[in-house]
Design a protein around this ligand. Structure first.
Ligand code: ZN
Length: 151
């Protein structure tokens, strides 16, 4: 039996070392900063939002491998989605990293985000994985600058 966890770790390591969409976004009209005091992860999310769809998403920040990889994969996943679709993905992702269970059948497929299912074995890492999602929600909901802290 191949150990799938090795594969998952490869994806996480790849995204933490070479994060995608890791830059300030020119023309972004939504932004928010997040901070996870448990681990020291900091992230800034930039969104070019047309009122319905996330036309472009990027991030900057510093943190552990889990938080960086989560941010990198999140930006890839939500780009082009509507705010509602992004919110539904966050719900499924949150369920995944807190319970380790795959999303319900009626939930949107998580795709690459499923590499974080093992995070549920390490409760202290859950906030690392979800920080960027909370920050994205703050950016979309706040309509301007926002700061989230996932204490
Ligand atoms: Zn962390």
């Amino acid at each position: 039996m191949p150990d799938l966890r090795d594969l998952y770790q490869e994806v996480v390591i790849d995204h933490s070392k070479r994060p995608r969409n890791f830059h300030k976004l020119e023309g972004a009209n939504r932004t928010a900063q997040g901070y996870n005091p448990l681990c020291g992860d900091k992230v800034t999310v930039y969104v070019k939002f047309d009122g319905n769809r996330l036309q472009d998403v990027s991030f900057e920040g510093s943190g552990c491998a889990i938080s960086t990889a989560s941010a990198s994969i999140m930006t890839e996943t939500v780009k082009g989605k509507t705010a509602e679709e992004a919110q539904a993905l966050f719900q499924s992702f949150h369920d995944l990293v807190t319970t380790g269970n795959a999303p319900r059948r009626d939930a949107p497929p998580l795709g690459k985000l499923e590499v974080f299912s093992k995070v549920s074995d390490y409760p202290v890492r859950v906030k690392c994985a979800t920080l960027v999602w909370h920050t994205l929600r703050s950016a979309l909901g706040g309509g301007g600058e926002g700061v989230v802290s996932t204490e």
